[in-house]
Design a protein. Structure first.
Length: 115
């Protein structure tokens, strides 16, 4: 067993993610290398921290949430679209965020995400 695979197995074991190698033996040598390289680029520590921090006091979070009315991007006039782009850019500059839930059939049909 090569050292890269050993390192990956050790990392995955630490974070209970061994399932990522479930089909490892079925891959070609090139695919194995790509998979191992991809896994080694994942910051599992950061992911674990984000997950842990997602269980914050929901009462505090709920005080700052404000639902928005549904907007169908395909029905916006050009000046309205620019208005919402500006709102999004302002929110990003202010370190604010939004959560968007899309139904299975909608996917990216009516939404565009700007950065």
């Amino acid at each position: 067993m090569n050292s890269k695979l050993c390192s990956v197995k050790e990392i995955l074991s630490k974070y209970d993610q061994e399932h990522l190698l479930s089909f490892y033996d079925e891959l070609s040598d090139e695919q194995k290398e790509i998979l191992l390289d991809q896994i080694l680029t994942i910051d599992f520590e950061q992911i674990a921290l984000l997950y842990k921090n997602s269980f914050t006091d929901t009462e505090v979070c709920m005080e700052t949430l404000a639902p928005l009315q549904h907007i169908d991007k395909s029905k916006l006039k050009p000046n309205e679209e620019e208005h919402f782009k500006a709102l999004g850019a302002e929110a990003i500059r202010n370190a604010e965020f939004a959560v968007v839930t899309l139904s299975g059939g909608e996917r990216y049909k009516t939404w565009t995400f700007w950065s």
